[in-house]
Design a protein around this ligand. Structure first.
Ligand SMILES: [Zn+2]
Length: 376
């Protein structure tokens, strides 16, 4: 060990709050004990019921993580059902001759899913639609396809052009679609009824996000907002947060009553509006607290002065991201700490930081997405 190395080690050890690369610290997130489930006092809970339709505005009385392997089913409308197992949800539409399902998670055991379906319909499954190509939501379709093939049924699989491209690129073990629908807003037919497959933006949660709007006014879109809660940590690992917001603006512009969201409880339009208010608050905090010192170069100057000539771009950037994220998170936390998922505000601040830093020009006034609905 050289003297120079020892000296450097001593300097790092003496800096308060600094961590050596060899001992990365892990930030453990503990559930906040005082949070009220969902949005707290105003939500009404119902069911789950196989026969009675969910009263508009109600949530289904099921836990976040139910009994492992157990399907919980709630009838939403005349023909539509919400089903959830192991925290992954599917939407079911019962036609006159067969059943259409949106999403079949990798965690699904197809015989169990078919048994759950038989609790409310004797009709066979004919069609699966993909909300997006992520394997956690759709890898189970391949096993379902194999099981149905043994019974002589060729499963129809509908997906967007972008989803088909992503599946092909990743060779990701999701059954390829048998029917590819153009991006944009396109109708496809199921037993003579029109369903809308909307794939309105190029990049949001994934590069191939669709919403599926059925004739009963039930929409399915997955890995976006959480009803009565803040988003998932890292905003569901989404690619592009402005795209994520724009996708939801298109969803908000459609005509629907109930939303199936992939993991969480049944959602409503009011949930998107609440999520938008939160996102806008994060963008505003970045613009007020981080942008002025960044766009003038003050932040870089300060870091160089503090760290001396040994500062590398990698370490500067690492610290700058961490510090900016912390500043934005602390600023918005008092206004949102009453909602579940507020434990992971820091990760939301990180994603917004990334989006606004990389995608917005500081010389232009509007440094955030728009939040108004986009009509079809
Ligand atoms: Zn996903």
């Amino acid at each position: 060990m050289t003297t120079r190395y020892l000296l450097a080690l001593l300097i790092v050890m003496a800096s308060p709050g600094a961590t050596l690369a060899e001992e990365f610290s892990h930030q453990r997130i503990a559930p906040a004990p005082l949070l009220v489930p969902w949005s707290g006092t105003e939500d009404k809970f119902f069911g789950p019921s196989l026969t009675r339709q969910l009263p508009f505005g109600h949530r289904v009385a099921v836990p976040d993580f139910g009994e492992p392997g157990k399907w919980y089913v709630q009838r939403l409308t005349g023909r539509s059902y919400w089903m959830i197992c192991n925290a992954f949800a599917s939407t079911v539409y019962v036609g006159d001759e067969s059943v259409l399902i949106v999403d079949v998670s990798s965690s699904v055991n197809p015989p169990d899913m078919l048994a759950a379906l038989r609790s409310f319909t004797e009709l066979p499954v004919s069609t699966v639609v993909y909300s997006h190509p992520h394997t956690d939501h759709n890898a189970g379709a391949m096993r379902l396809q194999e099981l149905l093939a043994q019974r002589g049924v060729a499963l129809r699989i509908v997906a967007s052009k972008s989803a088909a491209r992503e599946i092909s690129i990743h060779q990701n073990n999701v059954a390829p679609p048998t029917e590819i629908v153009p991006n944009g807003r396109t109708a496809f037919s199921f037993e003579g009824r029109d369903f809308i497959l909307g794939t309105p933006v190029a990049s949001a949660h994934s590069p191939a996000d669709s919403y599926v709007l059925n004739p009963d006014g039930v929409i399915t879109y997955v890995d976006f907002n959480y009803p009565g809660r803040l988003p998932l940590a890292y905003i569901s690992s989404s690619h592009d947060i402005t795209g994520w917001v724009n996708f939801l603006r298109h969803v908000l512009g459609e005509d629907w009553d109930y939303a199936v969201l992939g993991h969480a409880n049944v959602g409503y339009k009011r949930d998107i509006r609440q999520t938008f208010a939160y996102l806008e608050d994060l963008y505003d905090a970045f613009n007020t607290l981080i942008l002025p010192d960044w766009s003038t170069g003050k932040s870089i100057g300060e870091a160089v002065q503090k760290n001396g000539p040994g500062l590398t771009a990698g370490v500067f950037w690492g610290n700058y991201v961490e510090q900016s994220t912390q500043t934005v998170a602390l600023a918005v936390h008092p206004r949102w700490k009453h909602l579940a998922h507020s434990e992971v505000i820091r990760s939301h601040a990180y994603k917004v930081f990334e989006d606004v830093f990389l995608n917005y020009n500081p010389e232009v006034q509007s440094m955030k997405p728009q939040f108004d609905p986009i009509a079809p």
